[in-house]
Design a protein around this ligand. Structure first.
Ligand code: UDP
Ligand code: MG
Length: 345
């Protein structure tokens, strides 16, 4: 594995970055800031709070801009539109400068009070401190059961060990973040990418809290899309499934054909015809459509990948404007600028 050498830590560079993607979270921002400061201030480390505004339509961005006037630990990366949580996370990781980076949700489902314990494990040498849910409070049994089944399936299909019951809440060392930044693919299934890099990992159990306020941004449709994304970006097993089911159907068809011919020759009964014909045709038609669909999923992804578009666009950065990619920010450049993300990482 070729790792980029991390830039030397300067006096100003923070020890810890909290990366917080948010979309329409105005109701929770002040609460998040209060709880983060209550935990982080007494620790005595230099830290930054990297908020990524994923094109919020409420006044989340205004609230953060106003808060940043007083609070120098806030850095706000504003994306040009809603790119989705996976892209927002990528942006946050690109802009985070800390030696350790913690990813958490803006809705306080990931309690900031656990940060000191995560830092202890990092200081003891862990590159990744993974937070695993002990309970999933406030979620329906259907969501729990489908999540459980899905992760089992994903682990079987993909070669890498994508852990169950974990979200994006985790600490990563600078080394792990730099490794992750080398994976510049467009189909970003972050949980899978996190698992792919490996690295010494410590797993901590925690109780995931119900949302502090507001609504979840994931409907069932979004979750199903994420689920398909997860499988197709980490496994080609469905393509193989199309081949195997085709082979099995063809073999069964051949046997059945043989049986009908023998029956006609030996028993001299007239062929029953219609029902069996329809059954076989619709069965084969179904398998064919399914297989074309599976192939289509992969072709589509290859198409999107081949366009090499950036994963996100930044319309402005509030707070210190330098990013790891452009350490010496030109003082003459305006504070709002469009920076394509991730195209040269
Ligand atoms: N989020 C985002 N972009 C989106 C959707 C969600 O940045 O398009 C953020 C959201 O603001 C929150 C986190 O991702 O901080 C998790 O979202 P949510 O709480 O809705 O998901 P859940 O916890 O229900 O899985
Ligand atoms: Mg949430």
């Amino acid at each position: 594995m070729s790792l980029q050498v991390p830039p030397p830590a300067t006096e100003r560079s923070p020890v810890l970055s909290c990366v917080i993607p948010l979309y329409n979270e105005a109701e929770t921002i002040q609460l998040s800031l209060d709880r983060l400061h209550a935990v982080l201030d007494p620790l005595g480390h230099r830290f930054e709070l990297v908020f990524v505004d994923d094109g919020s339509k409420d006044n989340s961005a205004e609230l953060l801009v106003r808060a940043a006037e007083q609070d120098t630990t806030i850095r706000l990366v504003q994306l040009s539109r809603n790119f989705g949580k996976e892209a927002a996370l990528t942006a946050g990781l690109d802009y985070a400068r800390g030696d350790a980076v913690i990813i958490m949700d803006a809705d306080l489902q990931d309690p900031p009070e656990l940060i000191p314990e995560m830092l202890e494990h990092w200081q003891a040498g862990a590159d990744v401190v993974l937070m695993q849910r002990r309970t999933r409070e406030g979620e329906t049994w259907l969501k729990k059961a489908s999540a459980h089944l899905y992760y089992r399936l994903l682990r079987r299909l993909s070669q890498c060990d994508i852990p169950t019951d974990t979200g994006d809440f985790r600490l990563m060392s600078r080394r792990a973040v730099d490794a992750l930044k080398q994976l510049s693919e467009r189909n970003r299934y972050m949980k899978g990418l996190f698992a792919w890099i490996g690295m010494p990992t410590v797993v901590l159990l925690y109780d995931r809290q119900p949302r502090a306020a507001g609504q979840t941004k994931w409907g069932y449709f979004g979750l199903i899309q994420l689920a398909i994304q997860g499988i197709t970006s980490f496994s080609i097993a469905p393509l193989r499934l199309a081949t195997t089911s085709g082979l099995i159907a063809a073999s069964l068809g051949a046997l059945f054909g043989l049986w009908i011919v023998l029956k006609a020759l030996v028993l001299d009964t007239s062929p029953p015809g219609y029902p069996s014909l329809i059954a076989i045709i619709s069965f084969l038609g179904g398998i064919q459509l399914l297989s074309i669909g599976i192939v289509g999923e992969y072709v589509g992804r290859t198409y999107i990948e081949s366009k090499q578009r950036p994963n996100y666009l930044v319309k402005g950065v509030v707070g210190e404007t330098d990013s790891p990619d452009r350490p010496e920010a030109d003082p003459d450049t305006p504070r709002s600028k469009t920076v394509p993300g991730n195209h040269h990482v």
